[in-house]
Design a protein around this ligand. Structure first.
Ligand code: HEM
Length: 410
């Protein structure tokens, strides 16, 4: 990375040492994040140093329990439904769409709704700030105006709820974070705890909420855009996925019950293969806190040295994934999963500092894919770029466009 010396580690056993076994030596992320000079952004988990993170992570984790994730199912399904209605309108006039642009809106809708339950990003953001404002936000995290907008927005929600003291009526992240208490306290006298270290401060609530919007919406956009692209190029995979989704639908409600959707094997395999080929965060980065002997390699990593695990390279290594650039969801079907080498599939990182929202992210992606695929068919059109052309960015692969043909299913 520029002039910063970085040690790249690709051996799965060594990756396990760094991310999991000797996590106490590598508890912090890349120096890039540490350079950020902003009190809110430094209070989110991605940017936090070990001491703050160690306190905040268990509190935030309580927002992602199975029962809380399950409660979001109906809300996410409603957002996905709104997206299909929006696609319906688009496809009456056009047969090609830039999936990158359309699914950006769906991502924002899902995440903004999870922040504030009655917020409809399709209506409000489409009219007010999309696409230019949020696009700028995505392209440069230094866009202070955009960050300030979101910070003010969330601060307003927090202060209103505190003033009116009607917390329990909301089912969104901001409220979950306002209510969150460190797990061990829940077994004790949690509700009335006066120990402030067991709760998040106002800045920490705002920081996590902001991070959830940013992390969440861009990841939904990426997964949906790339999945529709690969389905367009692989009609056999698309038909198989469609058949599985239709077969799982309840014949009365025409919905897919939560437990059934979470266990659909081909849907899971399609999503896993998309994330293998297009993982949103490129290298995983850690800094050594003390001098450290790296396994049996004879290499000593000095204190302060940045170590990177180039997940993209590992995901595209023929050693671990034969014919790595082929889109082949079968790699992740139950009968083949045992062939995967541990620590070579890292879309959500690994170890104590992995993605805190892994299960929630998988759920929202599955819900959105299921809704879209059951209503629309994607196909390759003359404007579809094969392969995709990317913009030049450091650490993020952002496509110039992802155009696919689309038609409504009858
Ligand atoms: C497909 C979707 C997603 C992918 C592939 C993804 C991937 C990642 C990765 C690779 C990391 C770094 C892990 C490491 O360093 O070992 C991470 C961290 C994180 N992600 Fe995600 N993420 C996704 C969705 C989300 C969503 C929806 C949220 C929030 C609602 C979220 C919140 C976070 C947070 C807070 C961290 C920092 C965790 C920590 O430092 O303890 N992510 N994610």
């Amino acid at each position: 990375m520029g002039k910063l010396p970085v040690l790249n580690v690709v051996d799965p056993e060594l990756i396990k040492l760094i991310l999991v076994k000797d996590f106490h030596i590598f508890p912090n992320r890349s120096k890039v994040w540490k350079k950020c000079d902003d009190s809110i952004r430094n209070s989110d988990m991605f940017h936090m140093g070990y001491d703050g993170w160690r306190r905040v992570r268990p509190i935030v984790t309580t927002a992602f329990t199975t029962s809380k994730i399950r409660k979001t199912y109906a809300t996410i399904s409603a957002c996905a439904q709104r997206c299909t209605e929006y696609l319906d309108i688009l496809t009456t006039n056009e047969s090609d769409l830039d999936a990158w642009v359309v699914f950006e809106k769906l991502g924002l809708d899902v995440m903004a709704t999870r922040q504030k339950s009655n917020f409809n990003a399709f209506r409000e953001f489409s009219a007010i700030i999309l696409p230019q404002f949020v696009k700028r936000l995505l392209q440069t995290s230094a866009d202070t105006k955009a960050i300030e907008y979101f910070v003010d927005f969330i601060r307003h929600i927090v202060s209103q709820r505190r003033q009116h003291n009607h917390q329990k009526s909301h089912n969104d992240f901001t409220q979950l974070l306002m209510d969150a208490i460190q797990e061990d306290d829940i077994n004790g006298n949690a509700e009335n705890t006066s120990d402030k270290s067991k709760r998040l401060s106002e800045n920490e609530i705002i920081a996590q909420s902001l991070q959830f919007i940013l992390a969440g919406y861009s990841s939904i956009q990426e997964v949906l855009a790339y999945t529709s692209y690969h389905l367009a190029l692989n009609p056999g995979a698309q038909q198989r996925l469609y058949d599985e989704i239709i077969g799982a639908m309840d014949s009365y409600t025409e919905n897919i019950p939560y437990d059934r959707l979470a266990r659909l094997p081909y849907l899971d395999a399609v999503l896993s293969e998309t994330l293998r080929q297009h993982l949103p965060a490129l290298p995983l980065a850690r800094i050594a806190s003390t001098d450290y002997k790296l396994g049996e390699t004879g290499v000593t990593i000095k204190a302060g040295q940045q170590v990177e695990i180039p997940a993209y390279v590992i995901h595209h290594s023929p050693q671990f994934y034969p014919d790595p650039f082929k889109y082949d969801p079968d790699r992740f079907m139950p009968q083949n999963k045992s062939k995967l080498v541990p620590y070579t599939y890292l879309p959500f990182g690994a170890g104590p500092r992995n993605c805190v929202a892994t299960r929630f992210a998988l759920l929202i992606d599955k819900v959105c894919i299921a809704h879209v695929v059951r209503r629309f068919r994607f196909y390759r059109c003359p404007q579809t770029d094969v392969p995709i052309h990317y913009k030049r960015f450091i650490h993020v692969m952002s496509p110039k466009r992802v155009i696919v043909g689309i038609e409504a299913r009858l």
